[in-house]
Design a protein around this ligand. Structure first.
Ligand code: PHE
Ligand code: ZN
Length: 887
């Protein structure tokens, strides 16, 4: 078992590295690396301490100190370290020659090959798989990299920073030298060598720097790189406009590779991407793909300031770069697309992924206090809840003060490895406020619940809102398990009249529409309120909390129809649906044609909504918003609301019953909408938010119609599949067909699989659809597809599409009552662990909810987890997740 690393044990490095000269001779199986490190004792470290460099799976070929071979006994080498016992107590040079085998690197950490392309991944601790190093983010150096390779094999050679030199290096060999003037931690190092196609453009920064932007992809796929290239330029312009941040090198390169553990990586000047988040054409990518590409390109680009210019002191501060950068990419997407629609999408992700994490055995604070394996902390909590904290800070301080705080943070921390305290200090200084209390958001795990009650006094014309916040006690090894203390919770709110007007009510404690709840209990009195209002609370989802609020059915209908806050209109529809589905699921109700009087209430409300907004000359300002209003809460979200003794089949039946009723009762309206939104034949494709929104609403309508009338739905879907001009429409039709057992489904799936035989990223969608079919036969289908020639356990995208879709996105089948879904998952985790521990560990997080399910399933889940945990030779990654899941 790996040792625990604790935040409390942080101390500065005993040595620093000012410069790194790297010389890499690329070879498929015997790549040689000479690293010359300019070291010196750190004045803040322990004088005379030995120098302990990190290493992992390295072969040491040679080492020299100030040009001389080290004497006998001067160094000690273990599988994970190289120690120089008595380093000079003055600046010195250490030259280390190592050898690695990129072709054998299936962990995809360090230097590896993807489809023959050499590439690197060094976050969090992959650089030590290239050379011995002080592999920690607070050791920052200036890098010069010389890369040499066969010209045939790797005509393109890329590194960090700016290109400085290139030329011949003997018969058939060539080299390139790159220099990055900005000191950086090793996790931001990268290189690429391979045969790659290229598209490029230029951008002039507000400082007048002429930057060459290029996107490198598999040769022949250049036509699919244009959208990503454009997204880079839009990101650069946005960061100048919104945060005053300009790019700081002469080139910005993006490279797409097909084997990648995560989404993408912000290496300085050389972002490396999972090709899924670069390649797009109307025929191969959905609107969701376009939106993801834009968001992830922006995310990695924004890291250039929030992550690279200001990096993290240690990995406990991961949210400092990730939470902040997610916040920044969310703002970018909101500005480029529809703000309310994007906010709803953010909240759906948070509730579907972060809330369950925070409620399960893997819960941890946004800034964890301990870890065994840092790669397991790239979580929804660090990223998404981390972004919510930054958003709350802006809500509390106001947009202008927030922006000044950001400027101060960048100015004071530029070139440093910073902490959450440094970040908050910039805002405290700018606002004159003490943020110590607010900082608890970083320390306490678990989703807070805020209970609210409203009371109207007709005599005094006052309206009182009482708030009570409570936090779960979360005790895991990554937290102290201390009794939670009240948090600072911004409550954006407003009052609505039952007729839909705005109540002009006053309360001194509401500023700019925000009330700050910073005690366990508090109440808020509005005066001069003429009639009983309906409160609209947590507008725009102003805090990442669960709200318990006894609003009546009628109140929710009022909000759905009239709230001035679009997020809360959507939330009202979600809450109405949630009530129905949770009620039926708790009761174990059978599948039926309608969901009782509450179901009827919801359909009536949605009918009114559609009539007002979309049909009969209604102005459908935002079809994407309407599509979201028509989408019921997901099964996982319903499971969270039920909390314990969960029966996933009962949830599916409850949700499906409501879908059937909506499809039946709204059918004619949905069909009319579908026609009204049809794209004119031959209309040019646009991935923009407006066009995507129209497609989303049409397809949401088709989905509900098919739920109520599978036969009619199948016919419509078959037609749509034939006629579709975009992958969005084709995949939506296939998804509808995938839910209706029979000939039409199998024929359509077979045809689609054949048509996209040579397109791995499209086949991924096909794998995923099939893995998510909520039928008992899916397990065998998945096992069958694992033998499909396009499937490979070695490629993370394939594993995520086929296996993770089953384990994480098909609740009824993962949680099969006979335990076979758990067994399949455990089996794949164990097989994968031998190749790629990071991806295996992530798949194992599917068991996160195991304690919530009813007894029979829970026993099977526990058995499977124990089997994994008890397997000898587990990676630290998988053993960490298994151990914490069972604790
Ligand atoms: N730092 C990357 C991002 O969020 C994620 C990542 C982490 C990629 C670890 C690879 C390895 O932008
Ligand atoms: Zn990131």
């Amino acid at each position: 078992m790996q040792t625990i690393v604790r935040l409390a044990d942080y101390r500065p490095s005993d040595y620093l590295i000012d410069r790194v000269d790297l010389d890499l001779r690329l070879h498929p199986t015997e790549t040689r690396i000479t690293a010359t490190l300019a070291l010196r004792p750190n004045p803040a470290g322990a004088p005379g301490a030995p120098l302990v460099l990190d290493g992992d799976e390295l072969t040491l070929l040679a080492i020299a100190l100030d040009g001389q071979p080290t004497g006998p006994g001067a160094i000690a080498v273990t599988p994970r370290s190289l120690t120089l016992h008595q380093p000079p107590q003055r600046p010195f040079l250490l030259a280390i020659e190592t050898q690695v085998n990129p072709s054998a690197n299936t962990k995809l950490m360090g230097l590896y090959r993807s489809n023959g392309v050499y590439c690197t991944q060094c976050e969090a601790d992959g650089f030590r798989r290239i050379t011995y190093f002080l592999d920690r983010p607070d050791v920052m150096a200036v890098y010069t990299t010389r890369i040499e390779a066969d010209r045939d094999e790797a005509p393109v050679l890329l590194g960090n920073g700016n290109p400085v030199e290139q030329g011949e290096a003997g018969p058939g060999r060539h080299y390139a030298v790159w220099h990055d003037p900005h000191p950086k931690p090793a996790y931001l190092f990268a290189l690429v060598g391979g045969r790659l196609g290229r598209v490029a453009s230029r951008f002039t920064t507000m400082e007048g720097r002429d930057v060459e932007i290029a996107v490198y992809v598999e040769p022949g796929k250049e036509g699919r790189a244009g959208f990503a290239l454009d997204a880079v330029a839009r990101s650069m312009a946005w960061d100048e406009r919104s945060f005053g941040r300009a790019y700081d090198l002469d080139v910005f390169n993006v490279v797409a590779v097909s084997d990648f553990n995560m989404g993408a990586m912000e290496n300085k000047g050389l972002n490396i991407f999972n090709d899924k988040y670069v390649l797009a054409s109307p025929d191969t990518a959905t609107d969701a793909d376009y939106a993801n590409i834009e968001a992830i390109i922006a995310h990695e680009y924004f890291h250039n300031w929030s992550g690279n210019r200001v990096t993290c002191r240690d990995w406990f501060q991961l949210c400092l770069k990730e939470g902040l950068t997610v916040f920044r990419d969310q703002e970018f997407s909101s500005d480029e697309r529809s703000r309310p629609v994007h906010r709803i999408a953010e909240v759906r992700t948070l509730r579907a992924r972060q809330f369950p994490e925070d409620a399960g055995p893997l819960a941890h604070p946004v800034r964890p206090r301990a870890y065994r394996e840092i790669n397991n902390f790239y979580t929804a909590t660090v990223y998404e809840k981390g972004a919510e904290i930054v958003r709350m800070l802006r809500t509390l301080l106001g947009a202008e003060t927030f922006r000044r705080g950001m400027d101060r943070y960048f100015a004071t921390c530029d070139g440093t490895a910073a902490t959450v305290e440094d970040f908050l200090a910039a805002f405290a200084a700018e606002s004159g406020r003490d943020l110590a209390h607010f900082a608890r958001w970083y320390e306490q795990a678990g989703t807070p619940t805020v209970a609210v009650a409203g009371a109207y006094d007709p005599e005094g014309k006052t309206y009182t809102l009482s708030f009570r916040q409570s936090l779960p006690v979360v005790a895991t090894e990554a937290t102290a398990g201390a009794t939670p203390e009240p948090l600072v919770i911004p409550v954006a709110l407003g009052l609505v009249t039952p007729e839909g007007g705005t109540v002009e009510a006053a309360s001194e404690r509401v500023r700019d529409g925000v009330f700050v709840l910073d005690r366990a209990e508090d109440s808020l009195v509005f005066t001069g309120v003429a009639a009983a209002p309906v409160p609209s609370l947590f507008r725009g989802f102003s805090a990442p909390v669960k709200v318990e609020h006894a609003l009546s059915h009628g109140d929710r209908l009022t909000l759905l129809a009239h709230d001035g806050d679009a997020f809360n209109r959507w939330q009202a529809a979600q809450s109405l649906a949630m009530e129905v589905v949770v009620g039926r699921a708790r009761a174990g109700a059978p599948l039926g044609p309608e969901a009782g009087p509450e179901g009827a209430g919801l359909t009536a409300a949605l009918a009114t909504f559609l009539d007002r907004e979309a049909l009969d000359g209604g102005t459908l300002a935002d079809p994407a918003f309407a599509a979201l209003v028509l989408t019921l809460p997901g099964e996982q979200e319903v499971a969270q609301a039920i909390g314990a003794g969960v029966d996933p089949d009962a949830i599916w039946r409850a949700r499906q019953t409501l879908r059937v009723q909506l499809g039946r009762d709204l059918g004619p309206r949905l069909l009319a909408l579908r026609d009204a939104l049809a794209e004119p034949r031959g209309a040019p494709f646009s991935p923009d938010a407006a066009s995507a929104g129209r497609r989303a609403l049409r397809n949401a309508a088709l989905d509900l119609v098919a739920a109520a009338d599978p036969e009619a739905g199948t016919a419509l879907a078959v037609d749509q599949l034939e006629a579709a001009a975009t992958m969005t429409d084709r995949l939506a039709a296939l998804a509808v067909l995938s839910l209706v057992p029979g000939e039409a489904r199998e024929a359509a799936l077979a045809r689609f699989g054949e048509a996209y035989r040579g397109e791995p990223l499209v086949l991924d969608k096909w794998f995923a659809l099939q893995a998510m079919i909520p039928e008992a036969a899916t397990l065998d289908r998945v096992r069958g597809l694992m033998r499909h020639p396009a499937f490979s356990l070695g490629n993370p995208n394939r594993v995520r599409s086929l296996i993770a879709s089953f384990s994480l996105n098909n609740p009824t089948q993962f949680h099969r009552p006979d335990g076979a879904g758990y067994d399949l998952t455990a089996e794949v985790v164990l097989a994968l662990d031998r190749k790629n521990p990071q991806v295996a560990a992530r798949l194992l997080t599917a068991f996160n909810t195991w304690r919530m399910v009813e007894d029979g399933r829970r026993r099977h889940a526990e058995d499977a987890l124990r089997r994994v945990a008890g397997t000898p030779g587990l990676s630290p990654d998988v053993s960490d997740i298994a151990g914490r899941s069972l604790a």
